[in-house]
Design a protein around this ligand. Structure first.
Ligand code: ADE
Length: 231
């Protein structure tokens, strides 16, 4: 699967892929990362990519021309590219989106900096527009990395046997039960005893009870959803 990061700040993104699971996926050619810098498409003699906002207001807005030309070029190279814009003014990105988007052959993430991107670019090129949460980042790069990471781990072959996709939080409304490893007694803190006795049906019901507790505490609205679904 191909990912293209359309950004003025390749350095922010690049470091993320230099280690761990996604590095291995790149080495195995399961995912492939490219970068496209709108500045390289600027018609301006100083390669300027932003300007003051029409109608006034603080901050600079990314001009349409460099992005229009960069994205037209990208579409000419691959007509199947799925173009995603990252902005806080958008629908929230959730686990189901990560699973669905993992079936695409090529996703381009367009990150805005400054006060945002000229709306005409979004109107013309966006297949989808996402926010990763109700807070404002200084740019879309981190948001595009969050999406890329969550999508990639659903691509076949990215996770090894040890890192399982089986029962994860957000696959159901309940949050996952807590996990423990060894030793059983760590400085006087014990692993819940049912986890150690090997009775799988008891372990399952304990995990369900713990999941419900966690969900009630952290995400009560999700517990309501779970109860409505299971009746
Ligand atoms: N850019 C700035 N804030 C953002 C957010 N919350 N989600 C996606 N892109 C953003």
């Amino acid at each position: 699967m191909n990912f293209t990061f359309v950004t003025l700040f390749k350095n922010i993104v690049e470091g993320y892929f230099s280690d761990s699971i996604l590095k291995r996926a790149i080495e195995k050619n399961i995912i492939n990362i490219n970068y496209l810098n709108p500045r390289e498409f600027s018609d301006n003699k100083h390669n300027k990519v932003d300007d003051s906002a029409a109608g006034g207001g603080a901050g600079m807005v990314m001009n349409p021309q460099p992005l229009f030309d960069a994205l037209s070029d990208l579409k000419e190279q691959d007509e199947n590219v799925h173009i995603v814009f990252l902005t806080p003014v958008a629908k929230p990105f959730v686990q189901n989106d990560a699973k669905r988007l993992s079936k695409k052959s090529h996703i381009a993430f367009v990150s805005g900096r400054y006060e945002g991107i000229d709306e005409r670019v979004i109107e013309e090129f966006a297949d989808e527009v996402f926010s990763i949460g109700d807070y404002i980042l200084t740019g879309g790069e981190l948001a595009s990395l969050v999406m890329c990471d969550a999508i990639s781990r659903n691509v076949d072959g990215v996770l090894g046997n040890c890192e399982s996709l089986d029962i994860e939080s957000f696959e159901t409304p309940l949050l996952e039960a807590p996990s423990f490893s060894k030793p059983q007694n760590f400085r006087g803190f014990f692993v819940s005893s049912e986890y150690l006795k090997g009775n799988h049906s008891k372990i399952r019901s304990l995990k369900l009870a713990l999941s419900e507790c966690k969900t009630k505490f952290f995400r009560p609205e999700q517990l309501l959803k779970h109860r409505t679904q299971s009746h």
